[in-house]
Design a protein around this ligand. Structure first.
Ligand code: IMP
Length: 183
């Protein structure tokens, strides 16, 4: 199944679909327990496009009343390299003052994007603001940032699949794979 869409651009599979499904379900259970009894419904905010697939699976594993919204942030990266600017292309449709907000992102790498988004949303005075990432590359940090929930910590490799892309390719893969460094 995996080899069906495994291409020569990919070096190896890091997490297969079964492993991802199981970890996302665990995260959903953890989040459900942590937010239980908060009184107000949770607002789950996905960062497009990378978090779209993770977010869709995660919210279906959260057993609480919730609403969802999305932000779109420009990728300041070309291929696997960063240039350092964060641009918001689509802001929230929802007022978040007084709401419990869970921000969902695909990966924290340098930490620049999430630090920027965290400060932006915190300034709108939510009741609480937490961050859930599927992947964390702690060795790559330029800005100190610790997500509240993390699917998997990974080493300094460029990964694709399950929403993550390389120049818009590979987002649809059901697994997470390491991109071949020669590509
Ligand atoms: P930051 O460097 O933590 O600001 O991460 C910015 C964005 O870069 C993430 O939201 C991802 O979209 C993208 N990114 C970082 N590392 C990878 C990777 O290994 N594969 C695909 N996208 C990545």
């Amino acid at each position: 199944m995996i080899t069906r869409i495994m291409t020569h651009c990919l070096e190896r599979v890091l997490f297969d679909d079964v492993t991802i499904t199981s970890r996302v379900a665990q995260l959903g259970r953890e989040i459900s327990l942590d937010y239980r009894g908060q009184g107000h419904s949770l607002l789950v905010v996905g960062v497009l496009k990378g978090a779209a697939i993770f977010m869709a699976d995660l919210v279906r594993c959260i057993d609480l009343p919730l609403t969802i919204d999305y932000m779109a942030v420009s990728s300041y990266r070309s291929g696997t390299c960063t240039s350092g600017t964060v641009n918001v292309h689509k802001d929230l449709d929802t007022e978040i003052e007084g709401r419990h907000v869970l921000l969902v992102e695909d990966i924290v790498d340098s930490g620049l994007t999430l630090s920027y988004l965290y400060n932006l949303l915190q300034n709108r005075r939510p009741a609480s603001l937490r961050v859930c990432v599927l992947l964390d590359k702690p060795s790559r940090r330029l800005e100190p940032f610790r997500p509240d929930y993390c699917g998997f910590e990974i080493p300094d490799v460029f990964v694709v699949g399950y929403g993550l892309d390389y120049n818009e390719r590979f987002r649809h893969l059901p697994y997470i794979a390491v991109l071949n460094a020669k590509e």
